[in-house]
Design a protein around this ligand. Structure first.
Ligand code: FAD
Ligand code: SF4
Ligand code: SF4
Length: 479
């Protein structure tokens, strides 16, 4: 009888891929996790209990068929595992690396609930897709027919690229416009290489280019090209512009030199990793080397800033957050990684202002305590009187979250409806906006969210666009 490969969770303990030593990894921007070796991936996949009702799958935004690709991995059928993983996910190797699995698939794994430690779903997804790239199983995009209709996509982040991939595979002519000089959105310029190495993202962009997707880069829609011009040129349009307006800090000294926005800081660092000339980095303005760094905020952006500052050679890195560890929005996995690398967290601390002469010298910190829970059940921070102090700083990074830009105003389309938060109003199934033939996906609809949700939106909008376009106006067999 064939050996039972699944249900191994009773005897096999959960293992994640090995992490590089904190002192070593803090010297570079390479990913911190090593790859599973084949036997380890097969062993870990075999821990799955093949649930009849897989909660992992229902809590994955893409509803990935997780139990099937775990079983195929455990059986050594990696190419079939990859085929299933990629059928629902445009970028499985990226999600496997950066999804907050503890809140999504893995956090809802049944064997985790029974105290055995979740199946390492994300690491297996990364493993099978990296293997697929290495083995040449990732096929070029070759539509069976070429259609004459074209779709213009504004924004080359995961939402826009997922839509581009889906539409192009159906033979639609796709043009992606982006204001940056490289595609990928926050996957390229926001998320640091120690979480997501850039060649992983660039390989996908190359695949799209080679598959016939046209990229128009360095094109800021609303400035270099009007939204109307794009609408006039294409049969349908997707808005996938993300959210980039930084929530700001007020208080005395808040305009001092040396107080910078997280997004500027991270873009400069990522550009440096690409080997670009970055004047603000070279001048020291957006470079933490030799500085006492204070990052303000408790989300994933703050975590990426503190860990970047460590790698740039900061003298000290502190993260100020007004609630405590249990109430922070950032992933606990990333907090643990940051602590290992030498970041100090100052919980229950909020900035009141800044001391400065020519440039910032310190943060005026107010100590907080957590009060009674509010209507949402979350404890609100309350001020402790008379406990203020100064935290010395040469570089302060504001990582307090992002808001949408005023797209209808900037693009001169008042008919494009937005919510009271400024995000674009879109149907939650089709992603259609108030303008016929115009769709919106990702952060510009959801507010700051996740790569995996942007991918889902992009795929769903692409499907709705195919319905909107109807039968091909002209279809010719592709070569
Ligand atoms: P974006 O990725 O923001 O892409 C939008 C694109 O539109 C950009 O390339 C921009 O240049 C372009 N654009 C904007 N306006 C215009 C215009 N007028 N003309 C032309 N182009 C324009 N998510 C995770 O799942 N895991 C993580 O670990 C994670 N870490 C993060 C770390 C940081 C520092 C940040 C900021 C975000 C992180 N996120 C993470 C969130 C994730 O990156 C976003 O949710 C996701 O990228 C949103 O995708 P999007 O396609 O909607 O927008
Ligand atoms: Fe989990 Fe994200 Fe992969 Fe879904 S896409 S299975 S949530 S890692
Ligand atoms: Fe396997 Fe866990 Fe999903 Fe159940 S919930 S199918 S055990 S990964």
């Amino acid at each position: 009888m064939a050996k039972q490969r699944m249900l191994q969770f009773v005897t096999v303990a959960r293992e994640t891929p090995e992490k590089r030593d904190a002192n070593v990894r803090a010297q570079d921007f390479n990913e911190i996790y090593r790859e599973f070796a084949v036997p380890k991936a097969e062993e870990q996949a075999g821990r799955c209990s093949q649930c009849g009702v897989p909660y992992c799958q229902s809590h994955c935004p893409l509803h990935n068929n997780i139990p099937d690709w775990l079983r195929l991995t455990a059986e050594g059928r990696l190419q079939e595992a990859y085929e299933i993983a990629q059928s629902t996910n445009t970028f499985p190797e990226i999600c496997g690396r950066i999804c907050p699995q503890d809140r999504l698939c893995e956090g809802n794994c049944v064997i985790e609930q029974s105290g055995h430690g979740t199946v390492t779903i994300g690491s297996v997804e990364k493993f099978i897709t990296d293997t697929a790239w290495d083995m040449g199983w990732v096929k070029p995009i070759r539509p069976h027919v070429e259609r004459s209709e074209s779709v213009g996509i504004i924004g080359a982040g995961p939402g826009g690229l997922a839509a581009a991939d889906f539409l192009r595979r159906k033979g639609v002519q796709v043009t992606v416009y982006d204001r940056y000089d490289r595609a990928g959105g926050l996957m390229t310029y926001g998320i640091p290489g120690f979480k997501l190495e850039k060649d992983v993202v660039m390989a996908r962009i190359k695949q799209l280019e080679e598959g016939g997707v046209q990229f128009v880069l360095n094109c800021n829609v609303g400035e270099d090209l009007s939204f109307d011009a794009i609408r006039g040129k294409h049969d349908a349009v997707v808005i996938a512009t993300g959210v980039y307006k930084t929530r700001d800090l007020k208080g005395p000294g808040s305009g001092a030199a040396g107080i910078v926005r997280a997004i500027d800081y991270l873009i400069a660092s990522n550009r440096k990793s690409f080997g670009d000339e970055v004047a603000e980095y070279d001048s020291g303005e957006l470079n933490a080397e030799g500085k006492r760094v204070v990052v303000i905020g408790g989300g994933d952006t703050a975590m990426d800033c503190v860990r970047t500052a460590i790698r740039q050679g900061a003298v000290s890195v502190k993260c100020l957050y007004r609630r405590d560890r249990a109430n922070m929005p950032g992933s606990q996995r990333e907090v643990a990684n940051a602590e290992e690398e030498g970041v100090e967290f100052v919980w229950l601390a909020a900035p009141k202002g800044f001391t400065a002469s020519d440039a910032v010298e310190g943060v005026m910190v107010q100590r907080m305590r957590l009060g009674a829970p509010d209507a949402t059940g979350r404890q609100s921070p309350e001020l402790i009187e008379g406990a203020d102090y100064i935290e010395d700083a040469d570089l302060v990074i504001k990582a307090l979250g992002f808001e949408p830009e005023d797209i209808p105003g900037l693009w001169n389309v008042p008919e494009l409806e937005v919510t009271r938060w400024g995000t674009i109003k879109a149907d939650f199934r089709t992603h259609g906006t108030s303008l016929p033939g115009v769709y919106a996906v990702g952060d510009i609809v959801r507010g700051a969210s996740l790569v995996v949700w942007a991918i889902r939106d992009g795929r769903e909008a692409a499907e709705a666009i195919l319905t909107y376009l109807g039968q091909p106006a002209a279809a010719v067999a592709a070569e």
